[in-house]
Design a protein around this ligand. Structure first.
Ligand code: SF4
Ligand code: SF4
Length: 345
């Protein structure tokens, strides 16, 4: 099967020179206990950034002369009592601002900010109904999340939805587009489970119980994307498997992404977040290189399997042929495919 031609209209979103993406974790606390949560408090800290610190860190990464995307995350970012003020400050610094929420929208966020200040409000949902979603994200979370998506859409916010695809729910993702479109959501993101945080630690489910095999991915995800686009959604999903003609690129070298945690660690690669190998750190109000053997030493390495960190940390998603060569190269986890609304396979 040729992975990248299953959906002819799909476009690989290459890394754009000059594009900057800043992912700021304001806190690691959360009201939910999702089974696939990647937050790892021993590595990421347990503190909540004060309003003052959050504003200073926003200024540290701001480049008002260039387009910079900012994603405010947690934990659950709406647990932060000053989130609305942080959004306002970010907008003043000319960030394009997104908040990634689990849907509980604490502290009356919809009343305290506006679609003019917040460019996108993103909700996480991992199934088309409570029977699929709630065993992964928590009892009652489907109902709360879908209710608040409707409220946000009614208030005029641009709403997107993220579904984490794993072996636990891939059999049901075909039913997601209809739900997502019916909620009034504009953008639909699928992401693939990563073996970090809880999935890397939970003994009850081995890696094979989480990870999606290539056949299952190709059989489901491109078709789900095509259906979502047909229903009027802008769809984005990870490339995961490179076609033979695709060039491999590491975002650590080709793009400008910063994954910032409340303990001051700054990673350039999300796969590395379970380990103290961050390439940068915030000390005082300065962004400094983190001394030692860190993630950035791996970025230039080239192997037949594609991404080096994937080969080291989640080798179970690589299949080999009888000649010992990998059947597919694994792309950078940050490489995406997209389908515009109305485009079909
Ligand atoms: S909502 Fe997000 S931060 Fe909270 S437990 Fe779930 S995955 Fe983790
Ligand atoms: S996922 Fe792999 S290719 Fe992408 S930034 Fe990390 S090391 Fe580089």
């Amino acid at each position: 099967m040729k992975p990248s031609t299953l959906v002819e209209e799909a476009r690989t979103v290459g890394f754009q020179p000059g594009e900057r993406n800043v992912f700021l974790h304001l806190l690691t606390a959360c009201n939910l206990h999702c089974r696939h949560c990647y937050i790892n408090p021993p590595e990421h800290g347990t503190n909540t950034l004060s309003l003052d610190t959050a504003q200073r860190w926003l200024a540290l990464f701001a480049r008002p002369d260039r387009a910079s995307n900012l994603v405010l995350l947690g934990g659950e970012p709406t647990l932060h009592p000053d989130l609305a003020a942080i959004i306002r400050r970010a907008k003043a610094l000319r960030y394009h601002v997104t908040v990634d929420s689990n849907g509980y929208l604490f502290h009356d966020l919809l009343d305290k900010t506006s679609p003019e200040e917040l460019d996108y409000l993103s909700f996480s949902l991992d199934g088309p109904d409570a029977a699929v979603n709630d065993p992964i994200r928590g009892e009652g979370s489907f109902q709360v999340c879908t209710t608040n998506i409707r409220r946000a859409v009614e208030r005029g916010f641009n709403v997107s939805l993220i579904c984490t695809v794993s072996a636990l729910n891939i059999g049901q993702v075909a039913r997601m587009p209809e739900l997502v479109a019916s909620l009034g959501v504009r953008r639909f993101f699928m992401q693939v489970i990563g073996l970090r945080g809880k999935p890397a630690q939970e003994e009850a489910i081995p890696a094979s119980g989480w990870q999606v095999q290539p056949e299952a991915w190709f059989a489901a995800v491109p078709q789900v994307a095509a259906e979502a686009a047909r229903l009027g959604l802008h769809v984005v999903w990870p490339k995961v498997y490179l076609a033979p003609e695709d060039a491999f690129e590491c975002a650590g070298l080709a793009a400008e992404n910063y994954f910032i945690f409340p303990n001051g660690r700054v990673y350039r690669c999300p796969l590395c977040e379970d380990f103290p190998i961050h390439s940068l750190e915030i000390v005082g109000d300065e962004l400094r290189p983190h001394p030692g053997l860190n993630e950035d030493r791996f970025f230039p390495l080239r192997i037949p399997e594609g991404c080096v960190m994937n080969r080291l940390l989640q080798p179970d998603n690589i299949a080999y042929g009888p000649d010992g060569r990998p059947l597919h190269r694994i792309s950078c986890c940050l490489l995406k495919e997209e389908l515009a609304a109305g485009k079909t396979a």
